[in-house]
Design a binder for this molecule. Structure first.
Ligand code: FMN
Length: 403
């Protein structure tokens, strides 16, 4: 029944795997007893000092005026779809301890725990919950006369999942899209920061492979993490698609004087000598729209190579930065639909190649990069001047230099 069920890497409780946040809801009302149980579940959530800093306003379609009132406290984009749900909830938090008025740093955390209890209870009853940060807190304060020191924080739409086919185009896709998550190694660390805990390493990352070497037979993006994550990105099989955000760039000092370290970089840690390669297809439109490969030892020592769009022409471009950025370009006047870039890293030297077809590679640059053992390697994209653009990376490969 639930094709949105999480495909987990390790076994988890079925209720957690089945939970997801739909945009489409059926009209079917939720029984009052079910609603009582949802709030009872929230009631028994743990909280710091047992403060229970949460409060909830609830409105059902049985009382259209109350429902309209609560709906009006959501941002418009959320009202669009949440109006179909039979139940809306507004969650309020007190961020001060009731006994001494001091700041309760755990309050929002505890509201989240109460919401999680409610969501799991709902899932066990065949219900779905879609939580929202998109509310208008001041509107909520006025509408519900929320006292000082209490804040409307989030909202929830609760009901039975609806038929996605009945949703408008943009939302339909979201309800049909497969669900994705970071891998454990992206957020379970042993230290230092970013170094995956051994328990997060998958069996296939055997001791013989240097850290970060992806096995092309597995979902290659599994072990990647973001520097400057874009608002919208998606992984479908081998393909990583990104809506590159505006005002993003990587540059240091030379010529322009400024330092920019705001581009998107999706990377893994690599050690030893290696060859990295990727296929790039971008809808470059504005000056300096760019995307390709990046190697990074630190924010002062890095290399990016890829397409950079200059005056209507794609440039196979390499920027080597050892504190100061140093840019070289080679125009690709045919503006190819896609290109391949390859970087070979050997003992602090790098060689950059490009190819129009993924098999015939021509050299673009040899350079030195000051590095410590271990580098971050992955795909970068940036839109320094334009409104942003779409780019897709596929066939990312990371292999030992000698293989
Ligand atoms: C605290 C919180 C706030 C959220 N705010 C919004 C929101 O304002 N609008 C929205 O459409 N979805 C919102 N979501 C839903 C998330 O986008 C969703 O949980 C996430 O994409 C993961 O999808 P899944 O819940 O189906 O696994 C929110 C979720 C949480 C937990």
């Amino acid at each position: 029944m639930n094709e949105k069920k999480a495909h987990t890497d390790h076994p988890i409780n079925a209720l957690l795997a089945e939970r997801w946040s739909p945009y489409g809801f059926e009209e079917r009302p939720v029984a009052t007893d079910d609603l009582r149980s949802l709030f009872e579940a929230a009631r028994w959530a743990p909280s710091s000092y047992n403060e229970q800093p949460w409060s909830f306003f609830v409105a059902t379609k049985a009382d259209p005026e109350a429902f309209r009132r609560l709906l009006s406290c959501l941002v418009e984009a959320n009202q669009e779809w949440a109006k179909a749900a039979p139940v809306l909830v507004l969650s309020v938090v007190s961020r001060r301890f009731s006994r001494n008025g001091r700041e309760n740093r755990a309050a929002v955390h505890d509201l989240g725990l109460a919401a999680a209890n409610l969501v799991v209870e709902a899932t066990s009853r065949g219900l779905h919950v879609h939580q929202m940060i998109g509310i208008v807190p001041e509107k909520a304060r006025e509408t519900f006369q929320i006292p000082e020191h209490f804040e409307a924080w989030t909202a929830m739409a609760i009901g039975y999942r609806g038929d996605p086919a009945k949703l408008p185009e943009g939302l339909k896709d979201r309800d049909l899209a497969p669900r994705s998550r970071k891998s454990l190694r992206q957020f379970v660390f042993a230290g230092p920061w970013g170094d995956p805990s051994p328990l997060a390493r998958k069996d296939e990352d055997s001791a013989s492979a240097p850290a970060g070497f992806s096995n092309p037979t597995h979902s290659m993006w599994d072990s990647f993490q973001w520097l400057n994550s874009p608002a919208n990105w998606q992984i479908e099989g081998e393909k990583l698609s990104i809506d590159v955000s505006p005002n993003t760039d990587f540059w240091r000092k030379t010529h322009y004087g400024f330092i920019r370290d705001s581009g998107h970089f999706f990377y893994v840690k690599a050690s030893g000598d290696f060859v990295a390669q990727v296929r790039v297809r971008g809808d470059y439109a504005a000056l300096y729209d760019q995307g390709g490969l990046m190697l990074r030892a630190s924010d002062e020592h890095w290399m990016k190579c890829g397409i950079e769009y200059v005056d209507g022409t794609q440039q196979a471009s390499v920027v080597v930065t050892n504190d100061y950025s140093d840019w070289s370009v080679r125009p690709l006047r045919m503006n190819p639909k896609e290109v391949w870039f390859r970087v070979k890293w050997q003992e602090s030297s790098l060689e950059v190649f490009w190819s129009p077809d993924g098999s015939d590679f021509a050299m673009l640059r040899t350079a030195y990069l000051k590095s410590s053992p271990g580098l971050d390697v992955g795909v970068m994209s940036a839109a320094p001047q334009g409104p942003g653009f779409h780019i897709a990376f596929s066939e990312f490969r990371l292999n030992r230099a000698d293989s």
